[in-house]
Design a protein around this ligand. Structure first.
Ligand SMILES: Nc1ncnc2c1ncn2[C@@H]1O[C@H](COP(=O)(O)OP(=O)(O)O)[C@@H](O)[C@H]1O
Ligand SMILES: [Mg+2]
Length: 418
């Protein structure tokens, strides 16, 4: 047998790794499809009785153009027969490589797989994995490789993060750029850099996940500074919801919503000095305690808490703490004011940031806040911190309360979360 399975350095690193689920973010022309093909052939040759290996691309057309010739080419010595009309390849050991498109869900069902490759998986709906393919791996304890150029911070980013976090021993992830393919002339990459927008180059060649923000907030608007002498303190509290927990009952652990406490000094000319935004997954008591600590430290003119079931849950604890510590604050309802969250955050923050009316405390770490702000609004990127800050808008300007009976906000299930 003369198998040309020479692998590039990065491909070897991934190939040799024993993790059950591998996630690879890699640039265009990095060698993703080539690694997929080699993996499919080797896994097919080692495939246990009664199962197959499968390759899935976003569409059947793509699967055919990317994989068919490549497999025929690389696998010639080990292919017994191949049927282009059903895109199935039978290897010399009688095992099959199935080539499929995620655009035809029915074609993915009813098979037992020992190995699955999902190519350009950032462009395949996550439910194809979660609802359809994961089950196909269960009876043979099959393994899988998820490989793609990034497409913003969607499910692929989440899986990538899971692999980075080490939280789940089954998952491991890697990041490579087009330059990691030694066979590509660096001049070609330089040429692409000159002609593509920095967004496109970052995503396609550097396989960066940091390119999805709609640009509603710009990096150059972020200013740091010192606390102004004169002004009044306000505290806005955004309590974490728990909807996400129920939704993420699958292999991937979504990062959970956080509760956030924004502490801001507002000057006479309306500039906000953001002293800090505290955030965390706190239980009710801890939340109440954290609010109290800030009340004691800052003596704010008002504390706003987002109206709803969570506020109702926290308030008795907070009242109790205020009484015991003889430390009181004016607690106001914060409301969504009939605005969608995106609009609310943009209305409250965009103009202020753009005109330099928001100063972040130079002595605090705002990395996560800035990240959330620049990525806003992007599905799968949290916005708890900008959300909490945006509520200061309601505290610092209104002396009346907005009456919004038509609030489209849904009550959260407090009990399930704690
Ligand atoms: N192990 C390898 N040996 C030789 N050439 C390779 C290897 N891996 C990738 N290449 C070449 O690099 C180019 C891009 O590979 P491909 O797998 O299509 O990348 P991607 O799927 O990441 O866009 C192709 O011309 C391919 O032949
Ligand atoms: Mg490819």
């Amino acid at each position: 047998m003369n198998l040309d399975f020479k692998l590039l350095k990065w491909q070897q690193i991934v190939f040799k790794d024993q993790s059950r689920f591998k996630v690879i973010a890699a640039g265009r022309r990095c060698g993703k499809s080539r690694l997929s093909a080699v993996t499919l052939l080797i896994e097919g040759l080692n495939c246990p009785e009664g199962s197959s290996v499968m390759y899935v691309a976003p569409t059947l057309g793509q699967a055919r153009t990317i994989m068919w010739d490549l497999l025929m080419d690389l696998g010639k010595p080990v292919i017994k027969s191949a049927h282009i009309n059903n895109l199935e390849i039978t290897l010399v050991n009688g095992k099959k490589i199935l080539i499929r498109g995620a655009d035809n869900q029915d074609s993915l069902r009813g098979v037992s797989l020992s190995y699955l490759v999902m190519d350009e998986v950032a462009f395949i709906k996550s439910e194809i994995w979660e609802r359809v393919l994961r089950a196909a791996l269960s009876d043979k304890k099959g393994r899988a490789m998820f490989i793609s150029t990034p497409s913003g911070r969607n499910h692929f980013y989440e899986w990538f993060q899971l692999g980075q976090s080490g939280e789940d021993a089954d998952w491991k992830s890697w990041h490579f750029t087009t330059a990691d393919n030694e066979t590509i002339d660096p001049k070609e990459i330089e040429a692409a850099k000159r002609t593509l927008s920095s967004f496109a180059f970052g995503q396609e060649y550097l396989s960066s996940f940091n390119n999805a923000g709609a640009g509603l907030f710009k990096e150059e608007w972020i200013k740091f500074g010192d606390e102004p002498d004169i002004g009044s303190w306000y505290i806005a509290v955004d309590l974490a919801g728990f909807e996400d927990v129920a939704k993420s009952a699958n292999a991937t652990k979504k990062r959970l919503d956080q509760s956030a406490i924004a502490v801001v000094k507002v000057t006479d000319d309306g500039t906000w000095f953001v002293d800090k935004i505290e955030a965390g997954r706190w239980d009710i008591q801890t939340t109440a305690l954290n609010i109290l600590k800030n009340i004691r430290e800052y003596e704010p003119l008002a504390v706003g808490i987002e109206r709803g079931a969570l506020k109702n849950a926290v308030l008795p604890y907070l009242s109790d703490l205020m009484r015991k510590n003889n430390c009181y604050a004016h607690i106001l309802d914060l409301t969504h004011g009939n605005k969608k969250k995106v609009d609310r955050i943009v209305w409250a923050l965009q103009g202020r940031f753009e005109h330099g009316r928001v100063i972040l405390n130079a002595e605090e770490d705002f990395e996560e806040f800035v990240d959330q702000l620049l990525m806003f609004p992007t599905a799968q990127v949290h916005d708890d911190l900008p959300d909490a800050l945006s509520y200061i808008d309601q505290l610092a300007v209104t002396s009346y309360s907005i009456d919004n009976d038509e609030d489209d906000w849904q009550a959260l299930d407090v009990v399930s979360g704690y």
